[in-house]
Design a protein around this ligand. Structure first.
Ligand SMILES: Cc1cc2nc3c(=O)[nH]c(=O)nc-3n(C[C@H](O)[C@H](O)[C@H](O)COP(=O)(O)OP(=O)(O)OC[C@H]3O[C@@H](n4cnc5c(N)ncnc54)[C@H](O)[C@@H]3O)c2cc1C
Length: 468
């Protein structure tokens, strides 16, 4: 009998120790997460020997490269800390340390949305040589490098990287090597970055980056959604992994597709990104692809290949890229989803996720040309509306009446409701074209909510954009 009690007591003791251990580990993880989510905490985590890798990402590319840079440095024994640019503050920049900046440019040479507090509070206030930071070289102890990501198709190629570099220089910081500019993920420029980082941080044995792994996916369906709109054909593509093992992803994530170059067998494939319209629970990746043509009438490289050459049953190389910047807000918040054209893809994934989990406070504002031809995912949208999962729907079909009506016009008309939703805590997510939609929507939001409130929404992650 006594033995039984002893055995029971030992078991109880073992269980209590296990609980205590789990609780301590949980407390430690929570403290670390909390610490790294504030600028002061970030500094506390980064002692002087830690190389900080600061990224400003719009669609996840800069964050992805920051992670790969950190992985290779960690493997070479150089401690790193990855931080979003929004957590970099003046005291951190004033320290004697190395910071590698990996920053994208968006729109008309702008910083990514997530970096707007850095640009509006730090860069604007610090000014030039004699800024408000109180010294002519406030960051004189800092050694930095800039990897600027951009797209040469845009006039202000890599502009934010250039501006950041010039500003750091004007504040007395020392560049470790000349800024490297990357056009559309160009691998040669990225290899140069790896070599220069290795040299500057005296890590000759820096392991080469692991190339991202692309899986083989089969096109199982490709359907023209808008016959009759010959100006802007839009296709619904469905893709399934060839090995049958569906990876995990979240609403907001991106499918990066490797596109074969038609010119030469040896040419590096081009990479193009598409917002994922579906969830893993649907068993496939669904995309909306607009067939693009250049002014001379030639089909776009990727959209042409995907919609005219690839046939159901054919395979392609694809990887899913996490796009944290466009992940869902907290479930109990209302969500205002605004988009046009193929932007509905990114919005649909969010609506589906929220409808499935019973988060019904959703408002969709969608714009296209005509209801007859271009009302994509009409069945889903109307089903969610009937079930109460979509509490408000505004459709802006620009060519269904004499006067052109766009999503921004609907938003302006709904200003009172918009303010009320935001007042009650709603987040605003915008997906689709930057020019002609996102910029005009931004303008109306500034007008309706005021610049200060809009800035606060950006800083707190309640205004997010996946625009291209
Ligand atoms: C984060 C992200 C998500 C995206 N999601 C989608 C999506 O869900 N559906 C979708 O159809 N596309 C999406 N795109 C755009 C897509 O990646 C390609 O840029 C598009 O398919 C054109 O590529 P292409 O190779 O066919 O054209 P290219 O051969 O690269 O270019 C053909 C011509 O079209 C112009 N062009 C290229 N892209 C655009 C554009 N977006 N707007 C206006 N003109 C352009 C070029 O300047 C050129 O003149 C997304 C882009 C990003 C960055």
């Amino acid at each position: 009998m006594a033995e039984r009690y002893l055995a029971a007591a030992s078991l109880l003791l073992f269980w209590l120790i296990l609980c205590l251990h789990t609780w301590i580990a949980h407390r430690r993880r929570t403290r670390q997460a909390l610490a790294a989510s504030t600028a002061a905490g970030a500094q506390a985590q980064a002692d002087a020997s830690t190389t900080v890798i600061a990224y400003a990402s719009q669609t996840g590319v800069a964050e992805d490269i920051a992670t790969r840079t950190a992985q290779s440095l960690d493997a070479a024994g150089i401690p790193t800390l990855i931080l979003p640019l929004s957590l970099i503050d003046a005291p951190l920049l004033a320290q004697d340390r190395h910071i590698l900046f990996i920053v994208s440019t968006t729109g008309e040479g702008d910083a990514p949305d997530s970096a707007s507090s850095f640009t509006s509070q730090l860069m604007a206030n610090a000014g030039g040589h004699h800024g408000q930071l109180g010294a002519s070289s406030p960051f004189g102890a800092l050694h930095y490098a800039v990897l600027a990501l951009g797209d040469q198709e845009y006039t202000h190629f890599c502009q934010f990287g250039k501006t950041l570099d010039a500003w750091l220089h004007s504040q007395g910081a020392h560049s470790l090597f000349d800024r490297i500019e990357v056009n559309n993920g160009d691998t040669t420029a990225l290899q140069r970055w790896q070599r220069q980082v290795a040299q500057a941080l005296r890590a000759p044995d820096l392991p080469a980056w692991q190339s991202p792994t692309y899986g083989a996916w089969q096109l199982t369906a490709c359907r023209l959604l808008n016959p009759g709109n010959e100006h802007a054909p839009c296709f619904h593509l469905v893709l399934q992994p060839c090995n049958g093992a569906l990876p995990d992803w979240q609403a907001g994530d991106i499918a990066e597709i490797s596109i074969p170059q038609p010119t030469s067998d040896n040419a590096t494939p081009a990479l193009r990104e598409y917002s994922i319209a579906s969830l893993p629970s649907e068993g496939a990746i669904h995309l909306l692809v607009r067939q693009m043509r250049s002014p001379d009438g030639n089909l776009g490289l990727a959209s042409g290949w995907l919609t005219t050459q690839l046939r159901p049953g054919d395979t392609l190389s694809l990887r899913i890229r996490t796009n944290r910047n466009f992940h869902a807000p907290e479930p109990d918040r209302g969500l205002i989803l605004i988009g046009n054209g193929t932007g509905l893809a990114g919005l649909r994934a969010h609506l589906k996720a929220r409808a499935d989990t019973g988060n019904y406070k959703n408002w969709l504002v969608f714009g296209e040309r005509t209801r007859k031809h271009d009302y994509y995912f009409q069945h889903d949208i109307e089903t969610w509306q009937q079930r109460g999962a979509l509490q408000r729907l505004d459709l802006a079909f620009s060519r269904d009446q004499t006067d052109k009506v766009y999503v921004q016009h609907h938003l302006r008309q709904a200003a009172t409701n918009l303010r009320a939703w935001v007042e009650q805590g709603a987040a605003i997510y915008v997906c689709g074209s930057l020019k002609g939609m996102a910029q005009d929507v931004h303008h109306v939001l500034t007008e309706t909510l005021g610049p200060a409130q809009l800035q606060q929404l950006i800083d707190t992650g309640r205004y997010r954009r996946d625009v291209y």
